[in-house]
Design a protein around this ligand. Structure first.
Ligand code: VG1
Ligand code: CO
Length: 543
């Protein structure tokens, strides 16, 4: 019983941001809002008719309803088969893997990632293409254009199917397969890592703690860490996905994963700690009394990739997003492999991965990944770290110090100013952009400015150009300050200030990053008038 629902007017605000369409749950609850975006996806994705679609989410409030609606709409659009998962639980990297192995034409992941969830939190829809990666800029632009002229959508009537157990259903002539969303992902991890070696290392009195922040990685982490590696029950904390993430903010950083940080950083019995975000693509790595900066993490994984069976043959190349520190560049140079610099957002790594130019890539925002999928992958990064430690038989802190002793240290920090009034943030950003040319050749924070511009990226594979990706101030000693406005927030605007300064292996490698960066911090505050214009005397989040 297929029917058409006519919209009174198209929605004008369905422009996807850095990673999918993200709005407050309340916003998504407007009649026809979700349906409009899904209709636009269905009218844009190629090969959907008669194709396979992967569908799941991070379990937040709205996940179950979203799955029901999308199944009913998929049936109306002639999709051959929808593959979804038990309880609708599917992490972003696991979805990426399923799309690839099931030869799907794409996937829809219901998640607002690291944003809070629940009736008063956020909801989101991510769209992935047939390579398993986030939809390209051209695809998201086309979806957005469609939403703006949409006058109706197609759907069928059907009772909601049970997601309790793996099963097969027929819904309006379409097959719906409910599978275990965890098995395939674990099998992939087994192909990449030496599980036995990690297992025996953990037995050796190496105590670990993992915080799933009440989000999607709980069931994955339990099966991996507790069932396969035999870590004690309770190793995985907050391991049951909750619709509102227990009121927490599922963002693995020192602010929002504070319990885990306190556990590891105040002289602890634990040797290793890790956390992932809402949809399982981010990771934070901690050692005893040691926080691993995500930019450094990418550099360490690159330098020690030979410890992992899947990468022991060498790396094709690496890539990092522009605001990510240059720590990995130095390692790539040492390994004599290429290193690419892309705009923020995982979609920009897709072409490099697909064309075999890179093996590893990462972002400063706690994202690391490889060519095993086309998304960043939180648990993969955790296993990678454990594999290195099992190989080197050393602590996280020792590994970091050895790394800096060899490559030098890129002091790095990101300062976020959240929930700024949009016009104030916009104004600040535009003023800084206008003032950038005046900086070139002049001094900034006691250094000379070599480049001051708005970053433009030319994709080395399809030569597409993406402009206006962040304001850069590059200094003659390799230090950098970058300014961006977030594309994932839902309340006002978030200003991100990225700070980086390099000290060679001969220099002082044991400073507190905030001290090492203090000159840059003061200079950018006065140049961009951050505290003046925002009325905020300090950032809301420092990582
Ligand atoms: C943020 C991060 C970016 C990341 C994106 C999606 O974007 O900075 O590096 O790719 O979130 O991550 P923005 O535009 O707010 O800075 V996730 O875990 O939401 O898929
Ligand atoms: Co995420």
């Amino acid at each position: 019983s297929q029917f058409k629902v006519v919209l009174e007017a198209p929605f004008t605000d369905q422009k996807p941001g850095t990673s999918g369409l993200r709005k407050s749950t309340k916003h998504f609850q407007q009649p026809h809002y979700l349906e409009s975006f899904v209709e636009a996806i269905f009218q844009t994705l190629h090969g959907l008719e008669d194709g396979v679609l992967v569908l799941g989410g991070d379990g937040r409030f709205g996940n179950r309803n979203g799955i029901d609606v999308i199944i009913r709409m998929a049936a109306a659009h002639g999709v051959r088969k929808v593959i979804t998962t038990v309880d609708g639980i599917l992490s972003t990297p696991a979805a990426s893997h399923l799309i690839r192995t099931k030869k799907a034409v794409g996937g829809i992941i219901l998640s607002a990632s690291h944003n809070s969830g629940g009736p008063d939190g956020d909801f989101g829809v991510k769209v992935n293409g047939p390579n398993g990666g986030p939809a390209s800029e051209s695809l998201t632009d086309a979806i957005y254009a469609k939403t703006q002229i949409l006058d109706s959508y197609q759907i069928i009537n059907h009772d909601s199917i049970s997601l309790e157990l793996p099963a097969k259903y027929e819904v309006g002539g379409m097959i719906v397969e409910v599978i275990d969303g965890i098995e395939d992902y674990i099998a992939l991890m087994q192909k990449i890592f030496d599980f036995d070696r990690i297992k025996s290392f953990l037995k050796d009195d190496f105590l670990i703690a993992f915080d799933a922040l009440n989000a999607v990685t709980g069931p994955y982490a339990k099966r991996l860490l507790e069932d396969f590696f035999g870590a004690p029950t309770g190793t995985v904390r907050n391991g049951i996905p909750l619709e509102d993430f227990g009121g927490c903010h599922p963002d693995p950083n020192l602010t929002y994963a504070k319990d885990l940080a306190d556990l590891l950083l105040n002289g602890s019995e634990y040797s290793f700690g890790a956390a992932c975000d809402g949809d399982g693509d981010r990771n934070m790595i901690l050692g005893r009394n040691c926080f691993v900066n995500p930019s450094d993490s990418l550099a360490v994984l690159t330098a020690n990739a030979n410890c992992v069976p899947a990468y022991s043959g060498g790396l094709l190349g690496v890539a990092r997003s522009m605001p990510t520190s240059s720590a990995v560049d130095v390692v790539a140079k040492d390994l004599d492999i290429s290193c690419f610099e892309t705009p923020t957002g995982w979609k920009f790594f897709g072409n490099l991965l697909d064309s075999g130019q890179i093996t590893l890539c990462g972002e400063e925002s706690f994202g690391t990944g490889s060519n095993h999928v086309r998304e960043k992958d939180g648990l993969w990064a955790v296993l990678f770290w454990l594999q290195i430690l099992a190989h080197k038989k050393c602590s996280v802190e020792e590994l970091m110090h050895k790394h800096w002793d060899h490559f030098g240290r890129h002091y790095y920090s990101r300062h976020d100013y959240e929930s700024i009034a949009s016009d104030i943030a916009q104004n600040l950003y535009e003023t800084v952009e206008l003032r950038l040319p005046s900086l070139i050749g002049n001094s900034f924070a006691g250094r000379q400015v070599t480049t001051a511009d708005n970053f433009t990226y030319t994709d080395p594979v399809d030569h597409s150009i993406t402009a206006r990706q962040g304001l850069r101030i590059l200094l003659d000693d390799g230090s950098r300050v970058i300014l961006r406005l977030s594309g994932t927030g839902t309340k006002g605007a978030t200003l991100r200030v990225y700070l980086e300064s390099y000290v060679s292996s001969q220099g002082d490698l044991t400073q507190n990053p905030q001290n090492a960066l203090s000159q840059l911090i003061t200079s950018i505050d006065s140049f961009a008038e951050i505290s003046n214009r925002t009325g905020m005397s300090r950032p809301t989040v420092i990582t």
